[in-house]
Write a protein that binds this ligand. Structure first.
Ligand SMILES: Nc1ncnc2c1ncn2[C@@H]1O[C@H](COP(=O)(O)OP(=O)(O)OP(=O)(O)O)[C@@H](O)[C@H]1O
Length: 455
């Protein structure tokens, strides 16, 4: 703008102010209303600014927007992005660079995002950045969209954070409960087992994945049918069939924390209730070897035990009457833990029981609603063996594969743990690994008298 234009502009402003002072207030107000209408007709958008800081505190919404855009991978459409890594994450993510913009649609409305970064000097002379996002939306969509859209942003940001943070493994040790009101102690959970490393039948794996996916997507469904949003799995099978590995794979798949509940350390039903209350949403609660922790087997025929590691009762829970054993946990306490009123104190929890002896468990514990999915972790099948040989030896084929298949199909029992041990010991020589495995299987077949090794 040159000097001439500048002085013209000031002359116009001056004239307008003069005219305004001459007009009656009613006319000024009517004119203002009319000008606003004209403006809204000519510029049909509203713009919201979301600064990084509100005073000296961080504006959570700014962070949420950043994570939301990253989570939805919207930045891929921008010309320039900033690469970063969320704390405790191994994933690299991208966010919008300053001056960049992207567009998304939400419930039919178009929403434009721009990221602004302005450098400025602080009073002590140092330079800092002022960052903000601006959201532009059509005026007609504002009231319809904004509240739900902000909720969506918050939820996406939370889920993204959750997926990228470090997972925790909690345990209820006695020292934890005696020292503080916190009944759980946590360490970082870094188990390497995933659905890709697990050697189980592909169809079984698919069933579990489908069930998990349906569960986590089922918030509205569970609410509509009036059921607490939780799921119970029973993993059963011989020692070394991969029950613990499956739990770790489930937790890694969901990226949920794991609460490893040691029942023998729990002193009463009320402590069990407290432990449940102190678990967080989106967590896997595990009770391993349930048959060894609590004396459930054939309840009516059992005598109460005084052993501190075994908990006793005298009647089946479904009939209602259980022994009041003066402060220790009972079957009814455990059943309440799994599906009583207190079990609904949070959301999105998966409860997993494991046992090597499913036949020893009380039917009350196994019924649907408590244990919704019964997962049989079996001895190693041929396809499970192939997964292990690929994972441990990168071996897709070998002239001894048909022999292994025949031995396994004819009933030679070997657990995935035993197979992996043989493969890991011979990981530098796949021929040795296969020969050792075959002789192990032959020995198994021979000792179980199912087949003769030379058959
Ligand atoms: N199905 C499997 N797939 C891949 N690896 C397995 C599998 N089963 C066992 N393993 C290997 O064997 C080891 C022991 O298995 P895991 O502890 O999961 O078995 P488990 O059934 O829980 O045994 P237990 O009943 O004795 O607790 C694992 O660390 C893993 O390396």
């Amino acid at each position: 703008m040159n000097r001439m234009e500048f002085s013209c502009m000031w002359t116009i402003f001056g004239c307008l102010a003069f005219v305004r002072s001459l007009l009656p207030v009613e006319i000024v107000e009517a004119l203002t209303r009319w000008l606003r209408k004209l403006n809204s007709h000519l510029v049909p958008y509203v713009v919201f600014e979301i600064p990084e800081f509100e005073g000296s505190s961080i504006n959570e919404l700014y962070k949420n927007v950043q994570l939301h855009l990253t989570a939805k991978n919207l930045c891929r459409n921008a010309r320039k992005t900033v690469l970063c890594r969320v704390k405790n994450s191994t994933n690299t993510t991208s966010t919008l660079a300053g001056g960049e913009g992207v567009m998304e649609t939400f419930e039919g409305a178009k929403i434009w995002w721009t990221h602004a970064v302005h450098g400025f000097k602080t009073s002590d002379g140092s330079s800092q950045d002022h960052r903000s996002y601006t959201l532009k939306i059509h005026k007609r969509d504002r009231d319809r969209i904004i509240p739900a859209y902000l909720d969506e942003i918050r939820e996406n940001a939370y889920n993204f954070m959750f997926k990228n943070r470090e997972m925790l493994l909690y345990s209820n040790s006695k020292s934890a409960s005696s020292m503080s009101r916190h009944l759980w102690q946590a360490i970082h959970f870094k188990h390497p087992s995933t659905f890709d490393t697990l050697a189980v039948e592909p169809s079984q794996l698919q069933t579990i994945k489908t069930d998990l996916d349906a569960f986590i997507a089922g918030k509205e469904y569970f609410r509509r049918v009036g059921r607490p949003w939780k799921r119970g799995y029973l993993l059963y099978g011989p020692a070394g069939s991969g029950k613990s590995s499956m739990i770790a794979a489930i937790a890694n798949y969901l990226k949920w924390d794991v609460y490893d509940l040691e029942l023998t350390q729990v002193r009463s039903n009320s402590e069990l209730k407290q432990l449940l209350i102190q678990t967080t949403n989106k967590s896997v609660i595990v009770i391993e070897d349930i048959d060894c922790s609590v004396c459930f087997a054939h309840p009516r025929s059992r005598q109460p035990t005084s052993s501190s590691s075994e908990l006793s009762f005298s009647e089946s829970s479904e009939q209602g009457k259980l022994e009041d054993d003066g402060g220790r946990i009972t079957l009814s306490g455990l059943l309440n833990f799994t599906d009583g009123l207190w079990s609904c104190c949070g959301n999105e929890r998966i409860l997993i029981f494991t046992t090597n002896h499913v036949d020893k468990l009380d039917a009350a514990l196994l019924r649907p609603g408590r244990m919704d999915l019964h997962i049989h972790m079996s001895y190693c099948t041929y396809s499970a063996f192939k997964t292990l040989s690929l994972n441990y030896l990168t071996l897709e084929n070998h002239h001894l594969f048909p022999k292994v298949e025949k031995l396994i199909r004819n009933g030679a029992k070997i657990t995935p743990a035993q197979v992996s041990e043989i493969l890991i010991q011979n990981r530098d020589n796949s021929d040795d690994a296969m020969e050792n495995l075959v002789s192990f299987l032959e020995h198994r077949a021979w000792s179980s008298c199912k087949i003769h090794p030379n058959a």
